[in-house]
Design a protein around this ligand. Structure first.
Ligand code: GLY
Length: 365
C-alpha cells in the first residue's frame, strides 16, 4: 500500500505527496531532496503529538541529519499566533539553523500552518516538509501552500503562500486520532466531493462503514481522491484568484460558528454546518434541489457530522455579525460559495444579509 501524487506550481512540478503506512520511506525521500548529513532539521510539533510520534521520529532522523532538534508548542488554535512563531524563531536561532536547513511540521492543521509560516519568514524562507497527522490536515491544510497564524480576533489573518518541499502521510497515525477529530476530517473530504466531483462524493458515502472503521485501503483510496481534487484546484489557481475560492464552501458561516463556539467544535464540524447552510441557500435561491439537500444532510450525519446547532449559546444574528470578520470580503461584500448541484460550486457576491441570515437560521431549526 502506498500512493504518490505530484503537485504543480506555476505549471512546473513543485512537490510530491507520499501516502504510506509507516515512516520507513521518509529518510530516503529526504535524502533524495538533498537533505542529509551536512544539514540540520527541526521537527515542529505540539504537546499531543510529540509523545506519540515526535520522539520516535526525532530518533529516526538523527541518523539522517547532522542534527535533528524538536520544538514542541502547546496544542490548540489558541496558540496559533505570532508569539508562538517568535518562540520557534528563538529555537532556530539558538540551534544555529541557516537557510540550507529544513523545518518539519509534524501534526495537524495548526502545526502545519504555523510551521509553514515560520519557514516562509525565518531568514526570508527556509525549506519545510509537511507530515500531517490528522485526517483533516492530510486532505486539506497540508496541500496548497497556505501558511499563517491568527491575529487579534481574525483567523489566518497573517500568512504567506509558501510551498512545502514534500508532504508525507503515514496513515497508521490515524488510528490514535479521537473519533470526533477523525470525523471532523470527513467534513473537508465531503466538501471536496460537493464542489468538484459528485462520483467521488457518492463513492465515499457508499464506503462509510469501512471508512469509519479506519480500514486503511478504503481510507487510502479516499485520501488519494481528496488530494487529487484539492491538488488539481491549487495547481490551477495557487493564489486563490478564482477557482481556489470554491474550496471555501461552508467556511464563511463555518468560521463564524467556530469562533463563537470558542473552538469547542472542530473545524470540520463547523464546515459541515456551513455547508448545510450553503446547500440550503443553494436550494432556496438556486438550482440545488431539496432532495439533494436532504441527501447531503443524511450523508454528513452518517459520518457523525452536525447538520444543526442545538442551544449553542449564541444567536443567528451573532453568527451573521461574526461572518464580517471573515477575510473573504471584496469591497465590503462577502464572496460566498453556493452549489449548482453536487459536484459543481460557484462563487457569488449577490447574497444579501437577509438571505445569509435565512441560511444561518436554518441551522437553528
Ligand atoms: N483550505 C482551503 C484552501 O486551501 O484553499
Amino acid at each position: 500500500m502506498s500512493k504518490l501524487l505530484s503537485i504543480s506550481y506555476q505549471q512546473k512540478p513543485c512537490y510530491e505527496i507520499h501516502i504510506e503506512e509507516d515512516f520507513s520511506m521518509l529518510p530516503s525521500l529526504l535524502c533524495a531532496l538533498g537533505y542529509g548529513a551536512t544539514k540540520k532539521a527541526c521537527i515542529l510539533t505540539d504537546d499531543h503529538v510529540a509523545p506519540l510520534y515526535g520522539e520516535a521520529l526525532q530518533a529516526q532522523l538523527q541518523e539522517t541529519f547532522q542534527l535533528c532538534t524538536m520544538h514542541v508548542i502547546p496544542a490548540g488554535e489558541a496558540h496559533k499566533n505570532t508569539d508562538t512563531v517568535g518562540k520557534a524563531y528563538e529555537h532556530l536561532i539558538c540551534h544555529g539553523f541557516d537557510r540550507k536547513d529544513v523545518l518539519i511540521a509534524l501534526g495537524g492543521g495548526v502545526v502545519g500552518d504555523l510551521c509553514g509560516f515560520t519557514a516562509a519568514t525565518y531568514l526570508r524562507g527556509i525549506d519545510f516538509v509537511q507530515i500531517p497527522t490528522t485526517l483533516l490536515s492530510q486532505v486539506d491544510s497540508s496541500i496548497g501552500g497556505k501558511t499563517g497564524v491568527d491575529f487579534m480576533q481574525y483567523k489566518n489573518m497573517v500568512g504567506a503562500f509558501y510551498m512545502p518541499k514534500l508532504v508525507y502521510m503515514n496513515l497508521s497515525v490515524l488510528h490514535t486520532l479521537p473519533e470526533e477529530q477523525y470525523c471532523s476530517g470527513m467534513g473537508e473530504i465531503l466538501k471536496h466531493g460537493q464542489i468538484k466531483d459528485a462520483a467521488y462524493f457518492h463513492q465515499t458515502a457508499a464506503d462509510w462503514e469501512r471508512i469509519l472503521k479506519r480500514e486503511l485501503p478504503a481510507v487510502e483510496q479516499m485520501i488519494y481522491g481528496s488530494c487529487l481534487i484539492k491538488g488539481g484546484v491549487v495547481a490551477r489557481d495557487p493564489k486563490e484568484q478564482g477557482e481556489r475560492a470554491l474550496l471555501n464552501l461552508g467556511h464563511t458561516i463555518g468560521h463564524a460558528i467556530e469562533k463563537l463556539s470558542d473552538f469547542r467544535l472542530f473545524h470540520g464540524q463547523c464546515v459541515s454546518l456551513g455547508m448545510v447552510a450553503a446547500a440550503y441557500l443553494s436550494s432556496r435561491y438556486g438550482t440545488y434541489s431539496s432532495e439533494q439537500l436532504r441527501q447531503l444532510e443524511e450523508i454528513l450525519a452518517r459520518f457523525h457530522l452536525p447538520c444543526r446547532l442545538q442551544n449553542p449559546g449564541f444567536t443567528p444574528e451573532e453568527v451573521l455579525a461574526a461572518t464580517r470578520m471573515d477575510k473573504k470580503m471584496e469591497a465590503g461584500r462577502i464572496k460566498f460559495i453556493l452549489l449548482k448541484e453536487p459536484g459543481e460550486a460557484y462563487s457569488t457576491k449577490e447574497l444579501s444579509d437577509e438571505q445569509l441570515l435565512d441560511g444561518i437560521r436554518y441551522l437553528f431549526c
